[in-house]
Design a protein around this ligand. Sequence first.
Ligand code: RAM
Length: 490
Amino acid sequence: MFEEKKAEWLRIAESLKPTLRREIVRPVSGMPDHALAENESFVLDFGNHFVGHLTLKLSSKGSHPDAPAWLAVKFCENNRELNESLDEYRGWISKGWVQQEQAHIDVLPAELHFSRRYAFRFVKIDVLALSSKYRLVIEDAFAEVTTAADDGALMPLTGDEKDIAIDQVALRTLRNCMQDVFEDGPKRDRRLWMGDLRLQALTNSVTYRNFDLVKRCLYLFAATADREGRIAACLFTEPKVEADDTYMFDYSLFFIPTLLQYAQATGDQAAMDDLLPLALQQLALMDVQFDPETQLIRDCDQLGWCFVDWALPMNKQFCAQAIWIFCAQAALKIKADPALEEKILLRREAARKHWYDQERRLFVSGAKRQISWASQVWAVLAGIVEGADAAACLDAAAACPNAVPMVTPYMMHHYVEALCRVGRKKEAQQVIRDYWGSMVGHGADTFWELYNPKNPDESPYGSPVVNSYCHAWSCTPAWFLRSGILKEGT
Ligand code: RAM
């Protein structure tokens, strides 16, 4: 029965597959003005971040080529990648993500077409080998680039110049992640993750308004739920739609607020009715992880059991409890349920009783009573703490030098939202200007997966070479700037 339902959901998802918008773009600078010799190199600059397929038209000068032309081609989202090398890479995720390849061209002239899709602004080409009898001519370079976003759907933003610049970069980030699904990043991992989708859908609702793509993604998650109905943290669409075998406490639960937000933005009651039972099932499935005596979520030391942020030393127990409450509250907004309401109250009280440090006016997490920024942010967003105490929590994190910091724009989004929630709109705006604005200051065309202003080499993967520089979850300044949430009194 459930399998039939899932097959139906998959059909709905596939019927909403977008027709991508295609465009041909050419470099704005960097085209060589002479025939190249062996060991020469050049960098094409396309002037902005794009996602697509590159073609190089090549010919030769001199004698008939008597040896292959051998090229190394590197695609870079960001200029820091131009000088990075893979040689030292010892990180824990695949170096296969690094956007580089080599080509041997036996016959010239030739059209060298890259069948792999790349995310790039810059393309660095090294001529590794020719022969002394000929030189290489780059006749043309162009890329066919794609997106599922319609730039024509955008309303102009007026106001502060710096905000407009931040908004532009945020829009570009979202746009270039909008492909066959809402990807987390077109360089890496190029797939649909629930945590990213929630923030993309939010931003999409006030920008490109491609609600069919949101609906498709919700149905893809539904169609790939496991036998018990558990929603995976992420899924693949090639060669066929399939869930990844990665499950995260928070990502499964975020199906609920994402569905609520979609239904509120579109009024699509049919989709809501269709998917609501599965959404509620996520809450029920997580119940076994709570201690029935204390109503506290059990802690876990497995990497990624609950995501929250890429701060590796962070204890997630408190945040998991808060996120469960946050998502259960979203469920209540969809449908009244006195038993669920009661459970929320119990778990809220349990969190306050066990983890609130009265003296410091903040929440701790785990057996070691760790202090993190994330715990304070989620305490506020879940309404575990309210009024003056809520604002005090955020201040207490700032006053605690050992508090585990936030490292991703994903976590910073939640921080800015928490500031809005406690009424500190000006401060929220300032954080956007300082944090995302400083990426713009570093020349960002799109916002990055990770950014720690104090440590530009921050990477949870062991090295920044595999970091993604157009990352979905960092697109939300466009939501903050366009939704009105930053206005006093909202
Ligand atoms: C990384 C990706 C993705 C995120 C997960 C949890 O692999 O950056 O965006 O959602 O982590």
